[in-house]
Design a protein. Sequence first.
Length: 289
Amino acid sequence: MKGAGNFLTGLCVPPVRVGAWSRGLASPSLLPLLVVSIHDVSPRTRAACDELIGDLAAQGVAKTSLLIVPNHHGHGHFLEDEEFCAWLANRAREGHEIVPHGYFHRRDRRPGESARDRWVTRVYTADEGEFFDLSRDEATTLLERGKADFQRFRSTYAPALPEPRGFIAPAWLLGAAAEEAVRAAGYEYTTRLAWFEDLARGRRMRTQSLVWSPRSAARRAISLAWNAFLFRRLDRAATPVVRLGIHPPDAAFPPLRRQIGRLTSRALARGRRPATYAEALDAWRAAGQ
Ligand SMILES: [Zn+2]
């Protein structure tokens, strides 16, 4: 689990102009939604993911978007773990969405990196930004490998399951060339820290994800304050889709779990409907924008 969830949340992200999403998306026909995603799901993190899924179900969020890493840090491909695959198929049957999330979730350092690149790839995320600066061909190779893996997973464990519709890059770091590859691979949407993007229709919705940084006591304290503030802003701005991005290491810290629970129940009490990203995409499109 090393490095998972290594985000400087609240420290590196400038305040977002919530409500200023592009091209007028505040349609009354788009129900207010709550999308909870669990990142870095793999055989290595399954136990923590199960705990988080249990917490969310107890709060009334029975479905999430599960961001699956096919071969987490190269420590074992998910298809080699039959128990994990059966578990994942059951989660999908319950309504959770499967979203490919990188391939290895690891970025090798490159010679001649700029100071900005070093900061983004080593400080913002600890060498996890796999799709940050891939060429289109490099990205295509990994995407095709992932597509074949998920096809194999579906045919073996969940034949009725539709093909994944979205792709989300590790740490939301998706370079321009890699984004072209994701679009060309047929994925309909992606997300970044501050955006939800309909790749097929070329539109972005500005909605910053809540995310926690559990790496140190200081980061946890800042995360708690930042996420409380951000949730209030998103709520006041009547943001159509509020996003919670949860990572397996969050499960080890009761204060983070308690805040996730509080914010989740507040969102539901405010009339938000739990949805996966794929469902949010459909609702966005159905809004006729
Ligand atoms: Zn990740």
